[in-house]
Design a protein around this ligand. Structure first.
Ligand SMILES: NC(=O)c1ccc[n+]([C@@H]2O[C@H](COP(=O)([O-])OP(=O)(O)OC[C@H]3O[C@@H](n4cnc5c(N)ncnc54)[C@H](O)[C@@H]3O)[C@@H](O)[C@H]2O)c1
Ligand SMILES: O=P(O)(O)OC[C@@H](O)[C@@H](O)[C@H](O)[C@H](O)CO
Length: 381
């Protein structure tokens, strides 16, 4: 019998990476999304193409896919989860709480079968599956949770592949960079391990997710916010500006110092990791807009995210002064784009509150944390 995966979020990474790997591994993939056009197209065509952003980019057809609308087909979503082997998400960390209820209902139905399944959130956030799991649990009585817990594993995941917003005539086609990495914490899996080519199973995800978030995503966000301030439209344009490139590299030297200190990564291998990421940002076959990479600045400026966590730990552990990260934080604070809800809220907070109050709310830092004072000083310069 073929395996089935229910994947929430038929967006860039959902179609361009998670769906692709799952379909290749023989899963039937049921995408769940709120975008009716995408769901309609998935059901009409039952397939889509993924093109690699490189010279003569390879094209792959992803087959065996269909879609459900999580608003208008809520009951079907629950039914599909009840008979799935795997549930994955790529909706954005802030959306996890909104998809938790149907997942909880689907898992309750599933529990009566006694068949195991895996739920994993493929979001750019530390402990995203744990966050999803807490939201799921909030919808359940204690005995329901026990039944679900007996059959479900909730491993954390880290996913890496740059997939820009798509501008293709065919709404389903996705252009992706060739590089990819999907790492899953196997210590959180008690049933049989998933056999998905391209998925790396590790004993402890923390070093992997932090290395990814504080290198790929810190560097990306630095380029996006500094680039936006200078009027650039794409990441490539931003990183081709020598001043921005230098600032991104300095910020990554800062996060590298923390990562090497914290997890003992080999210095030379880490330098190569950073070098590869800078090349990925310069990919001439990708057109990735700075506003996509800079999206949701309130999330990106929060306590455990790509700027604040490395900067505060560098200060707390007295490793180096996070000078470039502070420039990135200032640029992020000034991100003012009316189509981005978090940017609008960020600017409202900065305009209507005292700066101390606003910074505490945005970053989750205490007022007397050395980083708060530095952010304030940089911001007023
Ligand atoms: N694009 C990338 O390069 C990339 C790479 C690695 C990780 N990620 C992470 O993957 C996640 C998704 O990013 P993306 O770039 O694919 O974003 P995206 O906006 O392209 O996709 C998100 C999808 O979620 C859908 N969605 C929103 N609310 C929903 C709901 N209630 N139920 C079901 N679907 C819903 C949206 O309609 C959209 O199709 C984020 O956490 C992001 O950080 C993205
Ligand atoms: O998805 P976000 O908003 O957390 O971050 C924007 C980009 O940095 C991100 O989507 C990268 O393209 C991706 O994380 C690469 O693996």
């Amino acid at each position: 019998m073929s395996k089935k995966a229910v994947h929430f979020g038929a967006g860039n990474i959902g179609r361009g990476f998670i769906g692709l790997l799952l379909a290749r591994a023989g899963y039937e993939v049921v995408f769940v999304d709120v975008n009716e056009q995408v769901i309609h197209a998935l059901n009409e065509k039952g397939q889509y193409t993924v093109t690699l952003a490189e010279e003569n980019g390879q094209v792959e057809v992803v087959k065996g896919v269909r879609g459900l609308n999580s608003n208008s087909q809520a009951e079907q979503v629950i039914e599909e989860i009840a008979s799935a082997d795997l549930v994955t998400t790529a909706v954005g960390p802030a959306i996890l709480e909104h998809i938790a209820k149907p997942i909880a209902s689907g898992l309750i139905k599933r529990a009566s079968s006694g068949e195991p399944l895996i739920v994993t959130a493929c979001e750019n956030a530390i402990g995203a599956t744990e966050t999803l799991c807490e939201h799921i649990r909030s919808h359940l009585a204690e005995d329901e949770w026990k039944q679900i817990n007996a059959i479900t594993d909730f491993p954390n995941s880290a996913v890496d592949r740059i997939v820009p917003n798509q501008e293709n005539e065919d709404i389903l086609t996705v252009n992706v960079e060739p590089f990819y990495e999907w790492v899953v914490d196997k210590s959180q899996i008690h049933s049989s391990l998933p056999d998905i080519e391209g998925v790396k199973l590790v004993d402890d995800l923390t070093p992997y997710i932090e290395r990814k978030l504080f290198t790929v995503n810190t560097g990306h966000a630095m380029a996006a916010y500094l680039g936006h301030n200078k009027g650039y439209e794409t990441i490539k344009e931003a990183i081709d500006d020598a001043q921005i490139e230098e600032e991104v590299l300095r910020a990554l030297e800062e996060t590298s110092a923390l990562l090497v200190h914290q997890y003992g990564f080999d210095k030379e291998s880490h330098i190569q990791y950073v070098k590869k990421i800078m090349e990925r940002f310069r990919n001439p076959f990708l057109s990735d807009k700075v506003v996509r990479v800079a999206r949701n600045p309130l999330t990106k400026l929060s306590y455990n995210e790509r700027f604040i966590k490395p900067a505060r730990l560098l200060l707390e552990k007295d490793i180096v002064e996070p000078r470039s990260l502070l420039k990135g934080i200032s640029a992020a604070l000034s991100f003012d784009v009316e189509t981005d809800k978090e940017s609008v809220e960020l600017q409202r907070l900065l305009k209507t509150s005292e700066i101390d109050e606003a910074l505490i709310e945005i970053t989750g830092l205490d007022i007397d944390h050395p980083l708060t004072q530095r952010i304030k000083k940089n911001w007023s310069m």
